[in-house]
Design a protein around this ligand. Structure first.
Ligand code: AMP
Ligand code: MN
Ligand code: MN
Length: 327
């Protein structure tokens, strides 16, 4: 682990003296958000802490069979000695959960764009998932790796690497997966739950997005409207991972989804092939992420944001050259 020893010690000391701990993750949660939330939360509970685990947008279907998923709250209740934010590069990613609660104590994350917003920042951009960092912190925090903790952490690892195939995969992450399996995590089942199984509504949402997919000069993109969500009865506020399908299109150097939001904003998701970096582009629009996967929420109409973002993304391809897709 690259995180400075003093930062880990400072965080461990703060954790040790805390009795009531709040663990929070990000809006529109993915498997790493929930896996990290439950992995840390359940391990702290087993160590005798009073723990609240909060995800403003609840738990996505692929994570609902994880132990503790049913106890995740939409908002915190009461007071806490220690607040720990996981898998968030900035505080806005926690939604409204921490409004009025001051500076969080711990920030455990793997985004290169992390703003180091907490008292103790345990940020390691080389980790494939926040779940990997939480595993590394277990000994320092004097926490144990039970089967439910291992299952939650393996879900984070599987989902953020899209089944161990993203360009940031490391031998270390493969070894960690094996260690988590040895601790009792059921890899095939977790993989099916979190990555393979899809609801009928999710597949219909894909259909709406795929029916108007466009491709030009190495860019592949589509839009998802509020009307699509209504028509398909998709319950989430996310893209049902359609972005990963666009990113797999032959010749897609950068894939983008524009997701209309009810508050006059558009959620933009980028996926880039290895060698390109979309994280700084996302930062420019108030978002963040990783070189190969980033996102931002931008004010404006769907068509205005689509036009503007396509314009702002194209120069990345020009700078980097590479094989363009022919129309
Ligand atoms: P997404 O496109 O939502 O699947 O996210 C891709 C990556 O970018 C993930 O690591 C997210 O945590 C990050 N990300 C997405 N949206 C934002 C945002 N508005 N601000 C900061 N990071 C984001
Ligand atoms: Mn995440
Ligand atoms: Mn993550």
């Amino acid at each position: 682990m690259q995180i400075a020893e003093e930062a880990v010690q400072g965080a461990a000391n703060a954790m040790q003296s805390a009795k009531r701990v709040l663990v929070v993750s990000h809006i529109r949660p993915d498997g790493d958000a929930i896996g990290s939330l439950l992995g840390l939360g359940l391990a702290l509970e087993a160590a005798g802490k009073q723990v609240q685990m909060v995800s403003e947008d609840g738990v996505p279907a692929g994570c609902r069979r994880l132990e503790g998923a049913g106890r995740v709250l939409h908002r915190p209740e009461g007071e806490f000695d220690l607040v720990c934010v996981v898998d968030c590069s900035d505080l806005e990613r926690t939604g409204s959960t921490l409004l009025g609660r001051g500076q969080p104590d711990l920030n455990i994350d793997h985004h290169v764009t992390n703003l180091l917003f907490a008292r103790h920042n345990l940020v390691e951009a080389g980790a494939v998932a926040t779940a990997e960092i939480i595993f590394d912190l277990l000994p320092a925090f004097q926490l144990s790796l039970s089967t439910p903790v291992a299952s939650a952490l393996l879900t984070g690892l599987i989902t953020d690497t899209i089944g161990f195939r993203t360009s940031n995969m490391t031998p270390r992450a493969m070894r960690l997966a094996a260690t988590l399996m040895e601790a009792g995590a059921d890899l095939p089942q977790l993989y099916l739950d979190a990555l393979a199984h899809r609801s009928y509504a999710a597949v219909r949402l894909w259909g709406a997005g795929l029916s108007r997919v466009e491709q030009q000069d190495g860019l592949v993109w589509t839009v998802l409207t509020l009307q699509d969500r209504q028509a398909t009865r998709y319950p989430g506020r996310d893209d049902a991972d359609l972005i990963n399908i666009l990113g797999a299109v032959d010749g897609a150097e950068i894939a983008i989804i524009f997701l209309e939001q009810p508050d006059g904003r558009v959620k933009v998701s980028w996926r880039a092939r290895p060698g390109l970096d979309v994280s700084q582009l996302a930062v420019r629009f108030g978002g963040g992420g990783h070189p190969a996967a980033a996102g931002a929420e931008i004010k404006g109409s769907l068509s205005d944001v689509e036009k503007m973002i396509l314009e702002q993304t194209r120069p990345l391809l020009e700078i980097n050259g590479g094989n363009r897709v022919q129309q």
